[in-house]
Design a protein around this ligand. Sequence first.
Ligand SMILES: [Zn+2]
Ligand SMILES: [Zn+2]
Ligand SMILES: [Zn+2]
Length: 686
Amino acid sequence: MDTIAPRPRRTAFLLLVIPLTLLLIFGCTVQVHDRPTNPIPPEVPSRKDGSGYKSEHVFIVVMDGVRYSETFGDPTHRFIPHLYHDLRPQGTLFTHYHNRGVTVTRQGHSTLISGTWQTVPNGGPRLTRPTLFEYYRDEKRAPSTKGWSVFAKGPYAFEPYSSHPAYGSRYAGRHVHGGRQGDGLTENTPEGDVTVLNRVIEVMKTDQPDIVFINFGHTDHVGHVAKNIGEYHAAIRNCDEQMWKLWNAIQSDHHYRNTTTVFFTNDHGRHTHDFHSHGDHCEGCEHIMLLVLGPDIKKGTVIEREALQIDVATTAGELMGLQTPLATGRTLAECLTYYLELNRKEARTEAAHRALYLEQLADRNLIKAAADYVLATTKPEGVAANLIGEVLLRGMIHGQSETKEPRHLQFVQRWIDVHKHAKAIEQKAILGKVILELPSAVRKPYMDMAVQIGDRMLASPPDFADENDALIGGIFLGRLSEVTKRPRYEEPGLRMIKASLRQPDPKRPTDIEKAYELFLLGQAAALFRDDITVMKAYILTAAKALNRMKEDGALWDDPLVSVLDLCGIEASTRRGAMREFTQRREHDALPACVEAMTQQEMRALFPDRPRAPLRNLQNQLVQLIWERGKQGFPFSLDMLRYGVNEAGAYGNGSPAAQGGFLLSFKRLDWRYGGNTWPGPDSGKRP
Ligand SMILES: [Zn+2]
Ligand SMILES: [Zn+2]
Ligand SMILES: [Zn+2]
């Protein structure tokens, strides 16, 4: 592993070459207002160890949701007297600074702190790339108290650490957000922003953090709810006051004075023609402010060259002598009095090396790699007609729908040919299920076979020894009814499923057994979503799984458990079986299947709340599915890609793991209101 070599002091070199270079590159775009910048840096870098900038601390401070036209773009600057008259002369102002993302709060803050376009909706999943906090704690071996985020807005606005498998919670900083009772942190009142300031000053004293990320949220809130624009302007004026006080607090604290760079910025603007909202690509939404002040920042300088929201994290890294290997922004060298090129985005730690390696792997065509891996390692003859075989074969069918490569489907056809004379009814049910999953054009020649299996099951209902087999048989009949549009299979199918659910399993099943059960119950729920017994069994099993979902990475400990759980949950969402949960609005009645759940069932699900009333637990169950599903699920699908190795093997490469990956993986292209589950949250304001 590389280490950071101390940089030799090249005083004369820096004194001459860097200003000259900067002059050459930016000379034509740098405009100087009020007073000229020093042609020569006043001092050479003099950090204590002589190897970097004077900045030892970075503050990124957000005035939420304000247009440039109401800050520095307003020729009168009447709402930001302090930022304009007191602070601007001491720093560098970027006049063409843009958020080119989706211009909502969650995205803006995630982008600022990660240096990547995190086009996630509010209340959406975690960031997918590491935050500055994570880079810092990893590379500098800093404790969590050295990174702090203080937010007026509630948890929907920001997640303080990423899901990246190489980083994540173990490198998280400290975080406090608004929306809770009693502590005064809120976006709803001007006092909320005052409370934010006081909390920041408090942690500056107690923890002396090096990276501080601050959200003043009232401006955006008022923008959404104000009857007249004057209220919104007053909120900007109030925030300007808090920012000025923050700057003074930094200057009067000997730990921070002269060693702190502050970025005053916005997460997004507001519509050019309607200040009430934001979220698109209009000038008002994208054009925002960036004023940078600090011991290494040029004073009284105005820069017209375009800067982007992704550039802040990279620049902060540069000032801290920190690598931000996955960040895509550039260092805003034009605002630095000297540019040392410390942040080369190099991997200098184990986590960083692993992160880059994983990114390389994850960028490939994973579905094809994984399906090819199956062809290279498995013969259809060797795949048994059981649940594991079914996972693999369905995976290959789904994989082929993505790859469009006939050989991926031929694997399945060959398997059917090999197993078409299977005798045992359990095997026949699997055979039938696989046939029904084939694309309709390919399925046709096999349909007689599927119907024969179904008719045989109707003529002499099998006495399944294993409850999973009964479940499989019932799902097959339900699906057969759906595909053939012959209702006669439906009722016996439902009966078979219900029989399998009647006896609670006395043995304690393993996580994998539970995951297979969820895999099947999700399919059953999709077929019989109006049946309370089926839905209840499914929801209870899904909730147990979601309870065990890891918060970051949003997967389960075992890769196989992860893909099977995801397959089960996704199967149920496909046909709207979860609509009562996903379209839930506050004060709605509980879904019928939850209403039907008993005290005993709820207690088993939430053992840490032994005394809570039944209704509270039922609400908690709905909340669990709503939140974990919404935030964790789409995101988990995306995270699966980090589990595939160079050869195309997911997890341990076993048939079930491989099939589960092929069946569930989706490369998600995050868009506002896009691939979230259950979709755009219209109840929550951006
Ligand atoms: Zn915002
Ligand atoms: Zn707009
Ligand atoms: Zn907003």
